[in-house]
Design a protein around this ligand. Structure first.
Ligand code: TRP
Length: 331
């Protein structure tokens, strides 16, 4: 069975609808087809949050609840916490000595982070090397990530090829798996829903919060009256209806689109319909989350058990790395 690895930085304690559509949904599907490893990249979070560590523990628990509530199954998925696997940082060091510094310095992802206010630290510079070690330590074949992370997976690929060429076949060559889903816009109509943009609906929002957010959603700004013909294309309300409506909602969604375009239905009516659909989608997720929230020891033990399993994998890889590099002396 081929192996998948993917992870999230614990910079927040809950996922939003954009995270669901962009990655969680796909992971739930992939867990049946692949040996799946999902991890929380707390060391990577430090590159931007080294002075905000007080939230990390809460955020890590929140992400675990998020994974479990959307249906990632601990019987199928190995969950682990990056900082508990020192072999990963050790493997990262061995990769770093093979890494061209100017190549890392040119990474557009690094420039983006600096532009968005991150401090220009050695840790941030090291980000792609640590990420390559995350991927190569469990010897992952496939890495499902968003478009913005593709260059990092390609770096992991290149460094794995370089290592294998120099020292022999140790790493499988990982490949990025980029979801083809379009990005979910924010409730303010911005191109992307973001956790810090104030335009997100979270999987943890209550029914009332979801209703309130949906009623405030950006629609067609040129439509003043319900009788004005409205724009369906690119309208976030309809994008969400397409993304979250079930098979049995399809007919009604098509009808609302038609009415909207002809000026035969008001924004309020369509929004109420959307709020109902989102709450139907979220209800089982809320319920599952509440169940796990009532069993915090179980959630912690799922993470600990997965971490134990991953440590064995990483130890195996580290031993092979050292052996291949002829560093297995004095052992
Ligand atoms: N950089 C990823 C992000 O910001 C998180 C991450 C760290 C990751 N290491 C990884 C994702 C390894 C996939 C594989 O979302």
């Amino acid at each position: 069975m081929k192996r998948i690895l993917t992870g999230d930085r614990p910079t927040s304690d809950s996922f939003h609808l954009g995270n669901y559509i962009g990655s969680l949904k796909n992971r739930v599907k992939l867990q049946d087809e692949y040996d799946t490893f999902v991890f929380i990249a707390d060391l990577h979070a430090l590159t931007t949050h080294f002075d905000k560590t007080e939230d990390l523990e809460k955020n890590i628990r929140g992400l675990m609840l998020g994974y479990l509530s959307v249906g990632l199954d601990p019987k199928k998925v190995t969950f682990f916490l990056q900082s508990k696997i020192s072999e990963i940082t050790e493997i990262a060091y061995y990769l770093s000595v093979l890494t061209s510094r100017p190549l890392i310095a040119r990474q557009p992802a690094l420039k983006d982070k600096l532009d968005s206010g991150a401090q220009d630290t050695v840790g941030l510079f090291y980000y792609p090397i640590l990420m390559a070690a995350d991927i190569l330590s469990p010897r992952a074949n496939l890495v499902p990530v968003g478009k913005d992370q593709k260059s990092h997976v390609e770096f992991a690929r290149d460094i794995a090829i370089k290592f294998n060429n120099l020292f022999g076949q140790v790493f499988p060559i990982p490949e990025p798996l980029i979801g083809e889903v379009p990005t979910l816009p924010g409730i303010d109509g911005q191109a992307k829903m973001g956790k810090s943009s104030g335009n997100a609906i979270f999987l943890t929002d209550s029914q009332e919060e979801v209703e309130k957010k949906v009623m405030s959603m950006y629609t067609d700004p040129n439509r003043i009256h319900a009788t004005d013909p409205g724009r369906v294309e690119g309208n976030p309300v309809f994008i969400y209806l397409d993304a979250f409506g079930t098979e049995s909602d399809k007919l009604q969604v098509a009808k609302h689109k038609d009415q909207y375009a002809k000026g035969q239905v008001g924004d309020i009516e369509v929004k109420k319909y959307l709020a109902g659909i989102l709450n139907n989608f979220l209800d089982p997720i809320r319920q599952k989350r509440a169940e796990y929230e009532g069993k915090p020891e179980l959630v912690d033990s799922i993470l600990k058990e997965g971490t134990r399993k991953m440590r064995e994998e990483a130890q195996k890889t580290l031993n092979e790395v050292k052996k291949a590099m002829k560093l297995d002396y004095f052992e």
